[in-house]
Design a protein around this ligand. Structure first.
Ligand code: ADP
Length: 360
């Protein structure tokens, strides 16, 4: 979900191009909301990839429709840019109900949430992005509302204050989180359906890129979508952003059709490497290897070294680096694998951690 506090990623914030290409951050997502909208699919069928999740969700929605009741609450978990907001919008659209959008950080007091809840219509979807960042008091109010469809409205202040229970119509909460582990279990337990979104394989991103290129009116030669997909860190939002930068390249170079070499050249300009690692990923690997001799190193030391918030390093960089076998998280800290040393053109030391990602 696009919010205003898009936070930049770099240790050295001077490079505007790179900032615009860091498409995901821990707290906020996206800085091209209008274009994000234009590329967002509106029905489940148009949502690319994640076949099992789509089948589960389809069944879940069909059952609710047949029973003619709003579906249970839904929790969508996974790294930024994988389609949580898109899915929430699709659910509301498929059910033909309005969607109200807010986020954990936007709700500062329980009262803010109480006033949103008390104004919901029957069947409406309430989407709460970054739900793990709700204040504690709001969390408690939310799980009572989710369970009993009731909210206690406080009237007055101090010793004379009293609470008036207000009955709410049935509604559906869709929570999105990049940090499922931070959700207290009573809140987690209120969700009848939890979906974990995972990074997309290259073939699925290729389809997504072809679809988006169509929407943008850009013609890609065979192999171009593949080159783009490989560099997209398994993330649809990044794939779409890179595609727009390639479109810029095509416009400036008067290209009717984009060839794979154009993609390579355009993205090399933005320092996106062949494995899709960007400057922050490389900075993290460099820090572990050059400053901490391959690790182990704690998250706080690591994020201080690259000049980025620990949450961004943890939720944006690490899942992809771990998944692609460049890094391991161990009880003692983060460790660079032999693959990371080699990727930086360095000889891995004897006994460097092997890439274990392929074992899972
Ligand atoms: P999140 O809420 O998980 O951060 P979004 O739902 O905002 O991610 O997705 C980012 C962008 O990526 C959206 O604008 C949408 O166009 C695109 N997108 C994400 N997932 C898919 C998908 N499975 N199919 C097609 N487009 C997608």
């Amino acid at each position: 979900m696009a919010v205003d506090d898009f936070d930049v990623f770099s240790a050295d914030n001077s490079n505007a191009n790179e900032e615009s290409l860091r498409m995901v951050s821990a707290n906020a997502v996206g800085n091209e909301p209008v274009s994000d909208e234009e590329l967002r699919p509106h029905i489940l069928e148009g949502f690319i990839g994640q076949p099992r999740l789509k089948a589960q969700l389809q069944l879940f929605l069909d059952a609710a429709r047949k029973r003619d009741v709003p579906p249970d609450h839904i929790l969508l978990a996974g790294p930024p840019g994988l389609g949580k907001t898109t899915l929430a919008m699709i659910v509301a659209n498929e059910l033909g109900v309005p969607i109200r959008v807010t986020s954990g950080p936007a709700i500062q007091h329980a009262g803010d949430l109480a006033s949103i809840l008390s104004s919901l219509d029957a069947g409406e979807v309430l989407f709460i992005d970054e739900i793990h960042r709700l204040p504690r008091a709001a969390e408690e109010l939310l799980y009572i509302a989710m369970e009993d469809f009731r909210v206690d409205v406080m009237v007055g202040k101090g010793p004379g204050a009293s609470s008036i229970p207000l009955t709410l119509p049935r509604f559906t909460v869709i929570g999105a989180t990049t940090r499922e582990g931070m959700l207290p279990s009573p809140l987690r337990a209120r969700f009848g359906f939890t979906a974990h979104l995972d990074f997309y394989p290259t073939e699925e991103l290729e389809k997504l890129i072809e679809r988006s290129a169509n929407v943008l009116g850009l013609e890609l030669d065979e192999g171009s979508a593949h080159q783009l997909a490989r560099r997209s860190r398994g993330t649809p939002r990044i794939a779409n952003r890179l595609l727009r930068r390639v479109r810029d390249w095509a416009i400036v170079h008067d290209l009717d059709i984009v060839e794979p070499d154009d993609v390579k050249e355009a993205l090399a300009l933005y320092q996106i490497d062949t494995e899709g690692l960007d400057r922050l990923d490389i900075a993290v690997l460099n820090a572990i290897i050059r400053n901490f001799n391959g690790g182990p190193v704690g998250l706080n030391n690591l994020s201080a070294m690259v000049g980025e918030e620990a949450e961004t390093v943890e939720t944006v960089c690490e899942p992809y680096l771990v998944r692609e076998g460049f890094m391991m998280r161990t009880p003692k800290g983060r460790v660079a694998t032999a693959k990371a040393w080699e990727h930086l053109g360095l000889e891995p030391p004897e006994g460097a951690a092997a890439d274990v990602s392929k074992l899972f």
